[in-house]
Design a protein around this ligand. Structure first.
Ligand SMILES: *[C@@H]1O[C@H](CO)[C@@H](O)[C@H](O)[C@H]1NC(C)=O
Length: 330
């Protein structure tokens, strides 16, 4: 113990001497130049990333393009402008095979909306291949609609996304790669966590934690379906196997369908989801999560679902997938 301490101290001393001798030399100037250059490059790449989020589609060309792509399943509600904006963006992303718009509004989609979208897809077609577009019209207005089984889905991969969040194509394509390496897992950009509140006596009371909680602990146990890849089999599982009481609860309270999906996937895999690092651009106004009391409601969902499943299937992890080409120092 003492010996190693001594050695450590000597090493520290030597390092100090080295540092002092370097300070007087030309090396420090070199170091300074490097620092400035790095800063400039970092700033430049940041701003170009930001400016160019809509035409990043060729950035994954150095990796092989997947033979089978993915389908976007987009949930929307009376926000045609957002729907247009986000589909205009995603239709240029590599690997996209088809778009399914989950439509639960009382009126059918307007002709002008349809025309706009078909025009967008036409102008983004590559090698004569056009992204397929389908409106999935629902009579009942329920949040369960977004996970309805899609019978004619040709791809295994589903990218479930809300109409008010935009990710650069490079980010989407990277997440798709991550999902392809773990197709049973849910892979997404918005992590959330749960934990047991010990202060509530001897019963297990779960608490739902938002972004701050994930940031603070570095752990998560769910990724939200507002931006996540999963296998299409989970759509049929959700439609056919999800307990009716949970689906009714979701319809009634207009909340927590994403938590239910996380439960379903975790119950099948006994494994955590995968959080992918990515830039998020929110184009809509503030959503439901900024309303007060939202977190209590979410905690209640976690507890009710856990009781219904007969156990807590969610698994906590701290793993985060990062595109190593964008990692600067390692
Ligand atoms: C959860 O998993 C168990 C064991 O595999 C299964 O029997 C049960 O049906 C699943 N629950 C739901 C709601 O899918």
């Amino acid at each position: 113990m003492r010996g190693s301490l001594l050695v450590n101290r000597r090493a520290v001393q030597r390092f100090r001497q080295l540092a002092i001798s370097a300070a007087g030399s030309v090396k420090i100037k070199l170091l300074l130049c490097c620092c400035i250059a790095f800063t400039v490059i970092a700033l430049a790449s940041r701003s170009s990333d930001f400016m160019g989020w809509s035409n990043h589609s060729s950035s994954l060309d150095l990796l092989s393009t997947p033979r089978k792509g993915f389908a976007i399943v987009m949930n929307t509600w009376k926000r045609d402008d957002l729907l247009k904006q986000s589909l205009a963006h995603y239709s240029s992303c590599g690997g996209l095979d088809s778009i399914h718009i989950v439509w639960s509004e009382p009126t059918l989609p307007s002709d002008s909306l349809k025309e706009f979208l078909y025009h967008i897809l036409q102008s983004n077609s590559r090698d004569g291949r056009r992204v397929k577009l389908k409106f999935d019209i629902n009579e009942e207005d329920s949040l369960n609609n977004r996970f309805k089984e899609i019978k004619d889905l040709e791809t295994d991969g589903v990218f479930s996304i809300d109409d008010d969040v935009i990710f650069p194509c490079s980010t989407v394509e990277f997440a798709f790669k991550v999902w392809q390496s773990a197709p049973d897992t849910m892979v997404g950009f918005v992590p959330r966590r749960h934990w047991i509140d010990k202060s509530k006596g001897n019963t297990n009371w779960y608490v739902y934690g938002g972004w701050w909680s994930v940031w603070w602990t570095g752990t998560y146990s769910m990724v939200l379906s507002k931006a996540a890849f999963f296998h299409k089999k989970y759509l049929s599982l959700y439609t056919n196997e999800m307990p009716a009481s949970i689906k009714e609860y979701i319809t009634k309270n207009r909340n927590c369908e994403d938590i239910a999906m996380s439960f379903l996937v975790a119950n099948e895999t006994n494994a955590p989801p995968i959080w992918v690092k990515g830039k998020i651009f929110e184009i809509g106004s503030t959503g439901i999560s900024s309303l007060g009391g939202h977190s209590d409601m979410r905690s209640q969902c976690v507890n009710i679902f856990a009781a219904e499943f007969g156990r807590m299937p969610l698994v906590t992890t701290s793993v985060k997938a990062v595109d190593s080409r964008n990692a600067w120092f390692w």
